[in-house]
Design a binder for this molecule. Sequence first.
Ligand SMILES: C[S@@+](CC[C@H](N)C(=O)[O-])C[C@H]1O[C@@H](n2cnc3c(N)ncnc32)[C@H](O)[C@@H]1O
Length: 501
Amino acid sequence: MTAALEGFAGNAGLVDRLRTALSAAGYTVDGVVGLLGAPGHAALLRDATVPGLRALAGDRDPLATLTRLWPLQAPVPAVEAERALPGLVAPLAAAGVLAVAGDAVHALVDVRPYGDEDHDWWVVSDLTPGLDGSTKRVGADHVLGVSPASTTLAQLGVRDPVGRALDLGTGCGVQALHLSGHVAEVVATDVNPRALAMARLTLALSAPGAVVDVRSGSLYEPVGGERFDLVLTNPPFVVSPADGERLVYRDSGLPGDEVVRRIVTGAPAVLADGGWCQVLANWAHVEGQPWEQRVEGWLVGSGCDAWVLQREVLDPAGYVQMWLADAGLVGSPEWAARYDAWLEWFERERIEAVGLGWLSLHRTGRAEPVVRVEDWPYAIEQPVGAEVASWGRRVGVLQGLSADDLLGARLVRAAEVVQETYGEPGSADPERIVLRRGRGVLRARPVDTAEAALVGACDGELTVAQVLDALAVLLDLDPAALRSATLPAVRDLVEEGWLIP
Ligand SMILES: C[S@@+](CC[C@H](N)C(=O)[O-])C[C@H]1O[C@@H](n2cnc3c(N)ncnc32)[C@H](O)[C@@H]1O
């Protein structure tokens, strides 16, 4: 099947005709959602097709046919398939995308509309398992479609226009597709031949003019000696024993969080100066070692500034249960034994919990890079990629500023910062002041009167020193003491994006 699919993806004439047919039918995200209606679409997100099929009843237009065939994974009459995909049913069947049985056609491979505000794309992947209560179990080489993790990484990605990017573990090709919009040359790699074939078709269909080199191989092996301005990866990061079940989309075959360690420690060798490597990851919380220390250990000597955000922490049972359910083992005879063996391994390895989060490495070559490791289970405004890039710039500026430079800086308060005060109704002074950022990482920062006033006064006109000296007079404080007490906070305020240098 893989060779036949590769053959289809490499046939520009057939791919052009398929793109034309999908476009002509209006087979886009908006088209499909409009047709299914909100309840039908919401039901499909819950793996139920009945409301969607009811919404389409009697509609024989090409858009309805394609929606039945792919998102709803229902058989369609051959004559309707032929009308929606003129001259393409036979070649798609030969490629293993469709199957023809009598006078009905059904899908073997998914071709799903996907997009952002600027693009209507199609993504090719394996079918969604588990629709309408059917088994969720999939083969070891299953190729996932666009998942919540895929969109999280796409939104985390720094989107500055650059020359070269690497999509490590491309799967269905979704990251490469996003990269093709702002990167001159993309390399997409995977170890799964089915994924490579599907990514090739995704890219040929959706980004025909893009320069994307799809390569086979593990981790950085296919790109040894090359440099990239951006590396994006949503790797097979599940923390499990190396000898456990291996679903290639999530299990690396390496023990614990070793795959993430290898990706992070290998990044500096493939990053160009100023390049970013952004990784969706899981990491072990090992008894007796703070998780921050474990992750920071991977960054020592990297020459990269790094921002690590832990978004969630799961205890071993919660973690194992989530991934056993993902593998479709709920209700299977293996459930209990697999659960037990995995927990046993966690115990042996002294893994007390697993952290789920994001790493963004920025190759600056600084002798003492800035490493920010934080637990942030709270809200983040997506897409957060621009905030990551801005963090990198702010940290770079800060590193070049001595205490005197910082006092002389004319900082500007970020436009979205607001102040909340708490206290007894009617009282003259607040008991507590909290600053809030309404962009990027939606931070809340408790501050004292001086810090709140400083942030309020930073409009780019006055220097930090001028603002602090004026505040010392107003608040009846010693100016030198206020300067030295406040400067560390000013650095924090810049790093966290409250004040822009
Ligand atoms: C979670 S999927 C991510 C797919 C896609 N990039 C996305 O964001 O949705 C992980 C991908 O990594 C691939 N993979 C597994 N082991 C790998 C390895 N050692 N080197 C490169 N890719 C690997 C899998 O085949 C799979 O396509």
